[in-house]
Design a protein around this ligand. Structure first.
Ligand code: NAD
Length: 262
């Protein structure tokens, strides 16, 4: 891989959607910084990618996207590794610990979710924008959620954080359009990852039914009748970062099997 290959940073890179996203960019010939909170997981994933894709230039990064100090340190590591960043893919996110009405939702839980899901994308953009080229090759893609499109009772922290991401994408797109940096979002529907499975598991436990019963009930509410595999989201992220999307900015693309139509 040459130094001139585009450099990409993926946060939440050891999660379900993050892994697919990082692997997709590596497969397409990019140099990829894989960032997540756990040292062991990022190192192990870097080794997997290097084993699967000979010559892959992969930078394992320990990054907590809710922390300014951690993001600033990551900026320095990426600067030393590649000098610039063509694609910032903000994939990391956390789900609210449990579904409860606002009157029972601890302020600390609201702040925890917002710190990762909304403050994180803001901090990442703030500190990484100076590394993004202004010749039309740079872009930012942020992962929101269909719960940011259509609010879901009992999930005030998660829904508002993801609605905020859709707004942040539009604000940044407006600020950076003249500099040739595009900013877009992807709003996944139910995606078959650890996060989705944990949610189904918790709901099943609360209702006293099996995981399979909960999954079947839940999936029957999706017009396409199944949860998407993680690659359907990484395909959208890759598309939005590519030249194929050269005139798309400020958009958030729904990839959700028809569960919300905007
Ligand atoms: N799975 C779904 O059904 C679904 C639906 C809509 C939106 N999303 C969104 O898609 C994104 C990816 O979710 P996923 O399903 O792959 O979940 P996942 O739980 O498999 O992965 C999330 C990753 O984010 C990392 N992470 C958590 N906090 C972090 C922090 N502070 N800094 C850096 N990394 C951190 C986790 O370690 C994990 O690897 C999230 O933003 C999520 O909200 C998922």
């Amino acid at each position: 891989m040459t130094k001139s290959a585009p450099a990409v940073l993926v946060t939440g890179a050891t999660g379900g959607i993050g892994r697919e996203t990082a692997a997709r960019f590596v497969r397409e010939g990019s140099r990829v910084a894989i960032a997540d909170i756990g040292r062991e997981a990022v190192d192990a994933f870097a080794e997997e990618l290097r084993a699967e894709f000979a010559g892959a230039d992969v930078l394992p990064l320990v990054l907590d996207q809710s922390s300014v100090a951690s993001v600033e340190a990551a900026v320095e590591e990426v600067r030393a590794w590649s000098g610039q960043l063509h694609t910032l893919a903000v994939v990391a996110g956390v789900l609210q610990a449990e579904g409860v009405p606002v009157t029972r939702l601890p302020v600390e839980e609201f702040e925890r979710v917002h710190a990762v899901n909304l403050k994180g994308p803001f901090i990442l953009a703030k500190y990484f924008i100076p590394l993004i080229p202004t010749d039309g090759t740079g872009s930012i893609v942020m992962v929101a959620s269909y719960w940011g499109r259509e609010a879901h009772p009992l999930y005030a922290a998660y829904c508002t954080s993801k609605a905020g991401v859709i707004s942040l994408v539009q604000v940044l797109a407006g600020e950076l359009a003249e500099e040739g940096i595009r900013v877009n979002g992807v709003a996944p529907g139910n995606t078959n990852t650890r996060m989705h499975q944990k949610h189904l598991h918790d709901e099943a436990e609360e209702l006293g039914i099996t995981f399979e019963e909960m999954r079947d009930t839940h999936w029957s509410t999706i017009p396409m009748r199944y949860a998407g595999e993680p690659h359907v989201i990484s395909d959208a992220i890759y598309f939005l970062a590519s030249d194929q999307a050269s005139y798309i900015t400020g958009a958030t693309l729904d990839v959700n099997g028809g569960v919300v139509m905007t």
